[in-house]
Structures are given as structure tokens and as C-alpha cells.
Design a protein around this ligand. Structure first.
Ligand SMILES: [Fe+2]
Length: 401
């Protein structure tokens, strides 16, 4: 049986089924292994991991611990509760009108971030003036209709991951800030921070950044150094705001003080640093990459909720979930009618009944003529969220073009 236990309950003789730290490039060879000694337990604790899943058929048990099913059912219930109250997000542009603009912006943003990283590698300074108009364009697009840009940002081509991740974090932070009703000025600065949050990676050698094998402890430490490097780069940038600096400098801090580089805890981390940490983890675990199939967005939100026990402020995680929806746009879902489709638009005031483009019959396992179904207007409901990989469906193909 798979059970969730606290790391302080972990002992040699147990079998770890899942280290439960999707955001972390941890130095263990695998996520699942036998715990042979106390040193391993301590290493796991030192990494900031506070809960793991064990397999009680393969190792010792903790009898009072909750099963994975119990944890999952509890998280599902909490997600539904969060969906009951949500901020309104007025849409001022039809999805079909915004999609073309969002595609252009997304392509341009990836190019700009890539060029900027190349320039930094060559020793040049960051020029905020070059990213400002782009960020303003992204803020405008998300405010008009966030369902156009957000799903595009989730899809990644693996060799562009660092650039695409930066653009995605930027877009998600805008949606988050909008949901929190922050001022547009503040949102713009958070977004600039989001776009630049990983610039320090330009100073990490390629051999570490793209190493196909596990990092050594030393390489791991150097990788973590991207935060300090990023701060140095931003401090040398004329016109950079304090908010953007906080986003960059604090995006790996954790609410319980287990993050890096400064091990800040609770309110010592600025609101913007905390928002960046949530968004950074969400994007890292939910991105669809060529060789790394991400979690479905809903699954990723469940993980954030689980981790908000320790690593994030639960209230902020809830605000983030409300800002992007329980079934974020781009999520593959199966309906009660067994039809499968992609969520293409949120319904204002109703996170549980979005608009879905259906195109596949999950029971009969064949494609059906595509149809747009507004769940707020029909009897059908979402039965489950699904993985693209499981159904062998190409997500690029089914998003609005
Ligand atoms: Fe980072």
C-alpha cells in the first residue's frame, strides 16, 4: 500500500515510493528506493522534503499514516471548496480574437528571452527597455482574455526550456496578480521579475545546465547559485525595480524556511517572492516537454495544495488556483458522457464548468467530430482530468488556433 508519511517518521528499512519533491533537481538517482541508512534520511530532510510516500509492501509501515488514496480524496475535496469562491475576471476580448495576438506575443517573448540570455553569456548588461514593451503586451493580453496566452505558455520544446519557462512564469504571474487584484503597475514589475527570474542560469556552464545524468552535490550547489548570480545581474541593471529583484532573488525560498539561498521563512519572503515560488514550481511540474511529460494542470494544482502544508502559504496557493481555475485552460478532461476534450476557456464565476472542445470518445476509443461544449449550458459534467500521454493525444493540435 502507498502511504504518505512525514520525513521525521522515515526510518531505514522503509521503501520510498515517491520523494514527493517534483520541483527539486535532487541529487538522488531515482525518486523510488530502499532507505538503507540514517544518513539517507538526514539527506532527505536537509533537502527540505517534509513528506514522502512509502510503499508498505516493499518496506516497513507506519500504520497510522494516511494512504495515497485518502490524501488524494482529501485534496480533491479541498480543490472543490476552493472553486466555490473565486474572483471575477472580466473578459474583454473573444478568445478567437485574442489567440492570434497571443501566439505572436509568445513567439516574440521566447525570442527576446533567448537573445537576452545569449547577450548575458557574452558579458553584456540586461536592458530593461527591451523587455518592457513585451511585458506590457503580455499584461494587456492576459487582461483581455487570459485563456489565449496561458495554455500556449504551458507547452515547451525541450531545447528551449529555460527561455520558455521564463515566459511561462511571467504569464502565470500576471494572471496570479490579476486574480489577487494587484495594481497594474505592480503586476508589470512582477512580470518583469518573472521574465528575468532565471537569468542567472546564463552564468551556469552548459555542462551542468544540460547534464543528462544526475548532478553531483557540487554541481547541485552550483546550479542553485543561479539565484545569487541572477541578483547580481539585476542589481547591475539600470531601471530595475525592487519588486523584480524580489521575484528573482526569492523564487526558490520556501514558506517553512527550507528553500535557498537565504532560507527565508514566512513573511520574511515578500509577497512577490512567494507568488514567484508557487508559479515556478507549478510551471516546472506541469510543463509538457518532449522528453518529460508533465503532470496535468489539475494534478499539479493538487500537488501545490499538498505542498502548501509546508512549502507555500496555503492562502496564496488557493488564490493562485482561483486565478487560473481548477481545470486550467489546456487541461484534458473526460466528461460524464465519456467524451474527451481540452478546456479552452473558463466560465466567469464558475470554475467547475468551463468550455471544452471535445474530439474523442474515451469509451469507444476513437475520434469524434470536434464540438465546442459549454459545460455551464449542458447537462454533461467533468468526470476526471486526464493525461495527454495516456491517451496519446497531441495537446498542440487541439488548442484554439
Ligand atoms: Fe530558478
Amino acid at each position: 500500500m502507498i502511504k504518505q508519511i512525514r520525513t521525521d517518521q522515515l526510518k531505514p528499512g522503509m521503501y520510498i515510493h515517491d520523494l514527493n519533491c517534483g520541483w527539486l533537481d535532487h541529487p538522488f538517482i531515482s525518486n523510488a528506493f530502499h532507505v538503507r541508512d540514517q544518513a539517507t534520511v538526514e539527506k532527505i530532510y536537509d533537502l527540505g522534503i517534509r513528506e514522502v510516500y512509502i510503499d508498505t509492501l516493499k518496506g516497513a509501515d507506519v500504520w497510522e499514516a494516511r494512504t495515497q488514496q485518502e490524501v488524494s480524496a482529501d485534496l480533491d475535496r479541498r480543490l472543490q471548496e476552493i472553486a466555490a469562491k473565486q474572483p471575477e475576471k472580466p473578459v474583454t476580448a473573444a478568445l478567437k480574437d485574442e489567440v492570434a495576438r497571443a501566439r505572436r506575443l509568445h513567439g516574440e517573448a521566447n525570442k527576446i528571452v533567448r537573445n537576452m540570455m545569449d547577450d548575458i553569456r557574452l558579458g553584456q548588461q540586461i536592458q530593461v527597455e527591451r523587455v518592457e514593451p513585451l511585458v506590457e503586451g503580455m499584461v494587456d493580453s492576459i487582461f483581455r482574455n487570459q485563456d489565449a496566452l496561458l495554455p500556449l505558455a504551458r507547452l515547451k520544446n525541450h531545447d528551449d526550456y529555460t527561455f520558455e519557462h521564463s515566459v511561462s512564469v511571467c504569464a502565470l504571474l500576471v494572471a496570479f496578480g490579476r486574480g489577487m487584484k494587484l495594481s497594474r503597475e505592480v503586476i508589470k514589475e512582477i512580470a518583469i521579475g518573472g521574465l528575468l527570474h532565471d537569468v542567472g542560469k546564463a552564468k551556469i556552464p552548459d555542462s551542468i545546465l544540460n547534464k543528462p545524468a544526475k548532478l553531483t552535490d557540487d554541481e547541485f550547489a552550483r546550479m542553485q547559485g543561479h539565484v545569487a548570480q541572477g541578483v547580481v545581474l539585476l542589481q547591475a541593471t539600470p531601471g530595475i525595480s525592487k519588486i523584480a529583484l524580489e521575484v528573482t532573488g526569492q523564487h526558490h525560498e520556501r514558506f517553512d524556511g527550507t528553500g535557498y539561498p537565504r532560507k527565508l521563512a514566512g513573511e520574511k519572503i515578500s509577497l512577490y517572492g512567494q507568488m514567484a515560488a508557487i508559479v515556478d514550481v507549478y510551471d516546472a511540474i506541469s510543463s509538457e516537454r518532449v522528453y518529460h511529460k508533465g503532470m496535468s494542470p489539475t494534478q499539479a494544482l493538487k500537488k501545490l495544495l499538498e505542498w502548501s502544508e509546508h512549502h507555500f502559504d496555503p492562502k496564496l496557493v488557493q488564490a493562485f488556483i482561483r486565478a487560473i481555475g481548477i481545470y486550467p485552460t489546456g487541461t484534458l478532461v473526460q466528461l460524464d458522457s465519456k467524451r474527451l476534450g481540452v478546456v479552452i476557456e473558463q466560465n466567469e464565476g464558475n470554475l467547475l464548468e468551463p468550455v471544452v472542445r471535445v474530439f474523442y470518445h474515451g469509451g469507444q476509443r476513437h475520434y469524434i467530430p470536434p464540438e465546442i461544449v459549454d459545460l455551464a449550458k449542458v447537462q454533461d459534467r467533468i468526470a476526471s482530468f486526464e493525461n495527454y500521454e495516456k491517451w496519446n493525444i497531441d495537446p498542440y493540435h487541439w488548442l484554439p488556433a
